[in-house]
Design a protein around this ligand. Sequence first.
Ligand SMILES: C[S@@+](CC[C@H](N)C(=O)[O-])C[C@H]1O[C@@H](n2cnc3c(N)ncnc32)[C@H](O)[C@@H]1O
Length: 297
Amino acid sequence: MRTKDQERRERGRSGYELSLHAFERLNPDLTADGLAQRLESLRPALRELRAKYQQNRVGHQYSDEMRQAYLLAYFPPYEEMARRVLDLADIPLPPSTLDMSAAFLCAGPGSDASAFAGLLRDRRHSSSNAHIALFDLNTDKWAPIQQAVIASGALASIPANQIRSYQIDLRESSSVAAHKAIFTGCDLVMAQNFLNEVHDDRHSIESLRTVWSWLRPGARMVLVDLPYDAWHQVSRKLRRLLHDEFVPERTIWVNSEEFRFEGPPKLLEDHLFSREWSDTLQAKRKLKYGCLVMTKA
Ligand SMILES: C[S@@+](CC[C@H](N)C(=O)[O-])C[C@H]1O[C@@H](n2cnc3c(N)ncnc32)[C@H](O)[C@@H]1O
């Protein structure tokens, strides 16, 4: 029986440890006091982010401070959620000798990509044959955070030159079409926590359909989000758009209470979360996420 410590070592750096490490890379040369102060300076951005999420309408404009707050407060639980989803979705991996390509839409800092890299590690898949594409509207803005996350070891097993970031706007068909060649070669396309930002835009739903139409047989599309109204709208719209092509293999409900999830280190609790903690992460423990897993026929 493996101990928790052994499991953690095998899994590599994860959760808050990883996001804090990435944060320190983004804010080099800070003394211990300076780090604590810098964390405290992010409290207004975290409050703003949380307030926007509570209204279910985020908009896609995150300030630099909000992106760093996202890294510290949201990356860890969402990486954990994606790990859980990918485990439950039972994504079939090709033999290690064959290429495996995954694309993440609305990737932000790369929480779900990091979870995918963890899945390859857990299943002992040789990730030297894995390719990852991170797509986001604001790729230029997220790129430094993605780089810090990668440099902190989140996707360590995948060769750096096989992890690429691309700009995409799901509202623009031409922007999506520019990446067709990537999608046609994908085994997995995943979008997680995207409805807040795209749910009222029918072009974005059309784009999901277009991407789906390009996938090869056996490829999977995994959509994960909170099951608020938008979730049902999206699945209804997709159903309508795809007619009989769209057969969700299943909807998985992920309860955040089940996350194998460790609390934040004291540094974060004391200097960032002290007041925010109950509103961001505790709340998530009680949330149920919906996850549509679709396999292309
Ligand atoms: C809440 S973040 C989710 C990040 C990550 N998937 C996760 O679960 O942690 C949503 C992302 O969607 C991106 N986004 C918003 N509108 C978009 C659009 N029209 N096209 C592509 N990405 C978009 C934002 O830039 C943001 O990074």
